[in-house]
Design a protein around this ligand. Sequence first.
Ligand code: PMT
Length: 317
Amino acid sequence: MSSISGLVEDEISSFFESSPPLKNKEEIVAKLNQFIELNTSRQGEKRRIVCVTSGGTTVPLEQRCVRYIDNFSSGNRGAASTENFVKAGYAVIFLYRRGTCQPFCRSLPDDPFLECFEFPDAKSIRVHESHSEAVKMAVMDQQAAVEEGRLLKLPFSTIYEYLQMLRLMATALKDVGSCSMFYLAAAVSDFYVPWNSMTEHKIQSGSGPLDIRLAQVPKMLSVLRSNWAPKAFCISFKLETDSKILIEKATKALQKYKVHAVVANELSTRKEEVVVVSSSGNVVVRRDPGKPESIVEDNLIRLIVDRHSTYIKESHT
Ligand code: PMT
């Protein structure tokens, strides 16, 4: 039964009713169902499934979009977390912003990527010695995850696409119950231009300064928890630039949205440490300073997987 207020429910329904429909909805649903079926109907042990969201959503200013407002996120957190979830035996649905960081590709040079390759003669191409190990590992790990049915990648750009896809995923995962997890690392827009009040064509600069009124995007965490996937383990994130208010805001979000934990991070130190805020107390998770290749996600995902195991056990007793 729904525990969110009628007002919030109305705001959420009107957001979806006024959104431009997803272009490839049938294809996404088919891929999702196939992936979930593959990972839940295996003989022997069934896999846990996590939906990792990654990257920032955009808010278009024109229906035939030339300009948009963006939310900061490189996608590094989501990509690194995905790799760790795959290593921990999870099947991962990676819902990512087009063009952001991809799992297994973090150690490849992106600028300029073409410097990885060389032509020994006119007919062949090969990877430059200095990058061959990184490219080999990236290709092998990514291929293994996809071939074993442990990684499904689905891209989004706009806030409209992201929220519709998140709802599709939650609905598709409903029957997986406590063995499913939502790990919401994407940076989601808080304000948007409703589709119906958006101009169709490119805004003209000749008419002087631009006044835009942005409406508030309804927070979907409450409906995700109470209606879409109430049995799933749910981890949300809190990003702040002022460390003084970070923990207080994360604690409020934990109580308000009734998620299982909130990962609190401050923009400038987010690669060094995060704080996992939950009803059992706050845990500071750091990357290992003694190991240059260590990343904060190695320890973070170990902790989250542990908490998920406890949650599954408790759900079955
Ligand atoms: O990608 P990187 O460069 O590695 O950086 C990682 C990160 C800093 C982006 C990531 O660690 C992070 O903190 N992501 C969440 C950022 C964010 O949007 O925080 P928020 O305070 O605006 O939102 C908090 C939560 O509410 C989020 O889990 C979000 O999914 C949810 N939300 C937000 C807006 C909205 N309209 N509905 C929501 O449900």
